[in-house]
Design a protein around this ligand. Structure first.
Ligand code: SAH
Length: 350
């Protein structure tokens, strides 16, 4: 399926680009600021909601530009921890999912960057049907906007860890980052934004060069290339050593400590030997390891490691001076693992 043309997506235009568009239509420049505010502060979903914009201008814009607003088709709430999973329909009738998590330090939203994913990680539900298309920057923003409107509370943190590989849609991701941190928009601090990648080396370096104050998370999931290749096809393209070198460059450029995600799969990558080998890789690095007990996906037969093994793995890393945490399983009652709700929806289970 074709991507939605960025040029036709009004919400994906920066304030500057919107200004140029408004000028080209012979309208006064303050209209650009007003429209930008409707879209990115007041978070409207339709042209008709932009009250102080002349109808003629709205009609003219509508001819070439869509708002491509997302529509909520389902919300599942975990009554235990308040986590909400949102299933959205895009303007071209695709479905994507996002998650709202409530923490003491504020609400956090996990967004998708693509419809489906083509990275093929074996433990991940998002990749089962492949990639359908990239999301636009506007669609990435709108997941946050719609959730903030629905919930009525400010979104404080954003993690780009939903369906999709953000660095396989790098241009839109960078645009998204610029706009979500824009003072004229929701103005979320870069420090409160995390992007997770399976490790596309060139893009890690490009991001480093942009020197954003954001957190980079790398899905490592194995301590050596051979084991990594068993679950992550991308490991055939990039060696762990190349990824780590790019991460060092990111740290050098930004001063931001990198997070390594490690999903523990029983009998696959959770042994003491794996923890030792991982320690060897990361010992000299200023980093953080996030251990994720693997979330079993119906279509795959991976099992999560026992709590005892998870604790032992963490202790071993810590003994080697590596900072490690275990990801709190949020939304366990609502298919909150990457791509699972979308998958259930597509297969007709919810
Ligand atoms: N494509 C990006 C971001 C999306 S996935 C990436 O690869 O990082 C976000 C994180 O969840 C990744 O670390 C991913 O490997 C992990 N993940 C996906 N499915 C999972 C599952 N079933 N159990 C545990 N972690 C999973």
């Amino acid at each position: 399926m074709d991507n939605i043309d960025l040029k036709k997506d009004l919400r994906s235009l920066s304030l500057e680009e919107l200004g140029a568009l408004i000028n080209s239509l012979g309208e006064k420049s303050f209209r650009a600021k007003q429209i930008y505010e409707w879209l990115h502060v007041k978070l409207v979903s339709a042209y008709d909601e932009m009250k102080n914009i002349p109808s003629a201008l709205k009609e003219r814009l509508k001819e070439d530009y869509e708002l491509n607003a997302l529509e909520i088709v389902r919300v599942l709430k975990d009554e235990e921890d308040g986590t909400c999973k949102f299933l959205f329909k895009t303007a071209d009738n695709n479905v994507i999912e996002s998650v709202l998590m409530r923490y003491e330090h504020g609400n956090s939203v996990c967004i998708s960057s693509q419809v489906g994913c083509r990275m093929g990680c074996k433990f991940c539900a998002s990749t089962i049907g492949g990639k359908i298309r990239d999301l636009t920057a506007g669609e990435m923003l709108d997941q946050i906007y719609e959730i903030q409107k629905y919930d009525g509370q400010r979104v404080a943190n954003v993690v780009v860890m939903g369906t999709g590989e953000p660095f396989d849609n790098f241009e839109a991701f960078v645009r998204f980052y610029e706009m979500i941190t824009d003072k004229s928009g929701l103005n979320i601090s870069g420090r409160n934004i995390t992007v997770s990648t399976c490790g596309i080396v060139e893009k890690i370096k490009e991001l480093a060069d942009l020197q954003y104050a954001m957190t980079l998370a790398i899905s490592l999931h194995a301590p050596n290339d051979e084991l990594r290749r068993q679950t992550m096809p991308i490991a055939n393209k990039y060696k762990i050593s190349e990824i780590l070198e790019a991460c060092d460059y990111f740290f050098e450029k930004t001063g931001r400590r990198v997070t390594f995600e490690y999903s523990l799969i029983a009998g696959v990558n959770d042994s003491k030997a794996c923890a030792d080998e991982l320690s060897g890789l990361l010992k000299s690095r200023n980093c953080h390891v996030n251990l994720i007990p693997v979330n079993p996906v119906k279509e795959r037969d991976y099992r999560r490691s026992d709590n005892r093994e998870i604790m032992a793995f963490k202790k071993l890393l810590e003994k080697n001076g590596i900072n490690a945490t275990i990801r709190r399983g949020m939304g366990k009652n609502i298919d909150a693992a990457c791509g699972q709700l979308r998958r259930s929806y597509i297969t007709g289970d919810v």
